[in-house]
Design a binder for this molecule. Structure first.
Ligand SMILES: [Zn+2]
Length: 464
């Protein structure tokens, strides 16, 4: 049995039945947690002498509701220099044609290792599933799924053009996906088909998913052009039939461009049909409304707050990591909180702002643990080197992750970079084995007269 030092934890991540007092302005309560054999055995209010400024903020491990492990970390080998969706598609195609079992294994393993150490406990990954690479990817990722179960639980979704589910091959593949415990996915976005084929394909997908007992997760309306025809079509179909399997709509970006009344109607329809939504701010910000000669003013994103108000379960996901669709990302859920706070105005000190990154994705993935700490539940924590949400927003904090009562090794990103160590090695006065020396004190911290003012910028100033 072990009792941890005091922690500041969001009230929404603690059993509401525990008598812990009122949260502070950051939504945090200070508690002492005792754990035994990997489970929480006690949670009590902290009443010790430590001032609040010495108590770290802690969360429970987080859930990534939307990723693409098969193509992660391919951006430098398959560049999308313009950042456009067209070039992303072409680069994705070239990269997929060169995919090997070894390559997918190595990159997905790296992704899972990073995710685990960063504090993720589950990932839903879409897998490119139409092409000769599909079988290899499913085999490799299926093995990793088994090997990582309990550390990072992995869900796999077959990503294909929606029309594929109308074919005999699609039907055969749906059986295979079901046998592998996966979900059926697809892309429903512009250019939409005027001939009703999108509706036929969507109906076929619903039929197959229900027959095979698979969940559905679609890429829908990843676009800067309203109206969101994909969601409107899905909503119309689900008005007449309530699916027996869970349905998730990922992206839903152009829905955010609807007028208030139409948006509310659609949100209420999705809530009625129990469709979950995954907002994906990073890839949306990178790709949508991109133009080579102007800075975008539209920043389409799923309307998270209006969906929540209507009763829809909304998660925020990371989507692409260092691939042709987005060159950034690192499977770091704390970095995603920082981004979501800016991009979607999700305020993490409010229950509704934190839920899309914690409890809502757990619900969409159907995980057995909702991520709320309670007596008898997992002794799992992500403890941050930050005292408040302001400090989390100021810089991505170092962290320590506890799983089943044991601390994991820290993420590699916390180790001194070998790239920078070489700089020290180039200076004969510095021992190459040492880390970089600390920076000199700021001029304004030195005793004596203030430093001279910097010259005003002007035409004579050659700096760009
Ligand atoms: Zn995606």
């Amino acid at each position: 049995m072990s009792t941890l030092p005091p922690l500041a934890i969001p009230r929404s991540l603690l059993d509401p039945g525990l008598p812990l007092g009122l949260p502070d302005a950051d939504g945090l309560v200070r508690v002492r947690i005792t754990h035994r054999e990997g489970r929480v055995s006690a949670v009590v209010p902290h009443a010790g002498p430590e001032p609040a400024r010495d108590i770290p903020l802690a969360l429970t491990p987080l859930v990534e509701a939307h990723a693409h492990l098969d193509k992660a970390f391919t951006a430098s080998a398959h560049r999308n220099a313009s950042g456009s969706m067209e070039e992303a598609m072409a680069a994705n195609r070239r990269e997929a044609e060169q995919r090997t079992a070894e390559g997918v294994q190595e990159r997905a393993e790296r992704a899972l290792e990073q995710a685990w150490r960063y504090g993720l406990r589950a990932i839903r990954s879409h897998v490119d599933s139409l092409g000769p690479w599909s079988t290899t990817c499913w085999e490799v990722l299926g093995q990793l799924r088994q090997r990582w179960a309990g550390r990072v639980d992995l869900e796999l979704v077959a990503l294909v053009p929606l029309q594929h589910w109308l074919t005999a091959e699609g039907e055969r593949q749906a059986r295979q996906v079901a046998d592998a415990g996966g979900l059926l996915g697809g892309v429903l976005g512009p250019p939409y088909r005027p001939d009703g084929r999108d509706g036929d394909a969507l109906r076929a997908l619903l039929d197959l998913a229900e027959r095979q007992g698979c969940g559905i997760d679609l890429h829908v309306d990843e676009s800067a052009q309203p109206p969101p025809r994909g969601l409107l079509l899905l909503n119309a179909l689900l008005r007449d039939r309530r699916p027996s399997v869970p349905v998730t709509a990922s992206h839903a970006s152009s829905m955010g461009l609807l007028g208030n009344r139409a948006l509310r109607r659609l949100a209420e329809g999705l809530a009625e049909a129990d469709v979950g939504v995954v907002a994906l701010p990073a890839t949306n910000l990178w790709l949508l409304d991109r133009h080579p000669e102007r800075t975008p003013s539209k920043r389409p994103l799923a309307p998270i707050q209006q969906l929540q108000t209507a009763g829809v379960t909304v998660a925020i996901g990371g989507d692409n990591v260092q691939d042709a669709w987005f060159p950034g990302g690192d499977f770091d859920p704390i970095e995603l909180i920082r981004l979501a706070t800016l991009a979607s105005h999700a305020l993490p000190w409010r229950r509704a702002g934190l839920a899309p990154l914690t409890t809502a994705p757990a619900r969409l993935l159907g995980l057995s643990w909702d991520g709320v700490l309670r007596i008898g539940g997992p002794a799992d924590l992500v403890v941050l080197a930050a005292r408040s949400w302001t400090e989390v927003l100021a810089r991505n904090p170092q962290r320590r992750v506890m799983r089943d009562g044991s601390w994991l090794p820290p993420p590699d990103s916390e180790a001194p970079s070998s790239l920078l160590r070489r700089l020290s090695a180039s200076d004969p006065a510095v021992d190459p084995g040492l880390e970089l020396a600390p920076p000199p004190p700021r001029p304004d911290a030195l005793p004596g007269p203030p430093p001279p003012a910097a010259p005003a910028r002007g035409r004579a100033d050659p700096r760009p």
